[in-house]
Design a protein around this ligand. Structure first.
Ligand code: SAM
Length: 236
């Protein structure tokens, strides 16, 4: 209800409903610029980003140090590379991918088996009930979310008690990543949030998650990544 109380008394019922809808879309919809960018990138994404994607998936899966249980969700799943690998390794579990870009999802659908569910939605308004998933992944997507803190809140809401969260993203602690981000901000229209490892740790703590760790590592001279792991307390 943030921001509604001051204006609402001056609006009629119909205008209020419209205004309320506009306000809530503004906070939860994926950024238009991100959608435009990924619409263009999608057909060639896997080829252009093959090395980077292979490294991020390898490093993320290396940190999967618990027994994976389903259902599993990948938020900002893109072309479905992580889901493809997870499905191959843990074929008895149920997997879902969610992404804001229809074009990226078309690529994902073309390579994933039909048993992997895919949905178009924004990370800031995940269309799932509370405690629906035992494990939630998100790789290289957090820095694109319009409101990353809200997205983390949504992921925590739909995580089952005792469930795990694994997030890999660019690490703002590294000068090279900050320089790259500054360059991208100048020349591309997408909106980016580059988080530092301590900030991501604090945000996860703020969600009431437990056993939080944020590990930083380089995959090459340019990219330093971080993988955050956290667990939702059992019985919450
Ligand atoms: C760099 S790609 C990463 C894709 C995949 N996770 C991977 O590791 O290959 C970022 C993805 O985040 C998606 N995305 C951006 N903003 C989003 C949002 N607010 N909600 C859901 N997905 C979003 C984009 O459409 C894109 O597919």
């Amino acid at each position: 209800m943030d921001g509604q109380l001051d204006v609402a008394p001056h609006l009629g019922a119909g205008s209020y409903a419209l205004w309320h809808r506009w306000r809530s879309c503004l906070g939860t919809a994926a950024d238009e610029r991100v959608l435009r960018e990924y619409a263009g990138l999608a057909p060639d994404y896997d080829r252009r980003w093959a090395c980077y994607t292979a490294a991020t998936l390898r490093e993320t899966l290396k940190r999967l140090d618990f027994q994976l249980e389903g259902p599993v969700l990948d938020v900002g799943c893109g072309t479905g590379s992580l889901l493809w690998e997870l499905q191959r390794r843990f074929s008895t579990l149920s997997f879902t991918g969610v992404d804001a870009s229809p074009e990226m999802l078309v690529q994902a659908r073309s390579k994933l088996p039909p048993c992997v569910a895919l949905e178009q939605a924004s990370a800031e308004a995940l269309p799932y009930s509370d405690a629906a998933f035992r494990c939630i992944f998100s790789t290289s997507a957090l820095h694109h979310f319009r409101d990353p803190e809200r997205a983390l809140r949504e992921m925590t809401r739909i995580l089952a008690p005792g469930g795990h969260l694994l997030i890999t993203d660019w690490c703002g602690d590294a000068r090279t990543c900050r320089a790259l981000m500054a360059f991208l901000r100048c020349f591309r229209r997408s909106r980016f949030h580059l988080l530092r490892s301590a900030e991501l740790g604090r945000w996860l703590e703020g969600q009431g998650l437990e056993d939080i760790s944020v590990e930083r590592y380089r995959i090459d001279w340019l990219w330093k990544l971080m993988t955050a792991r956290a667990r939702k307390a059992a019985g919450v």
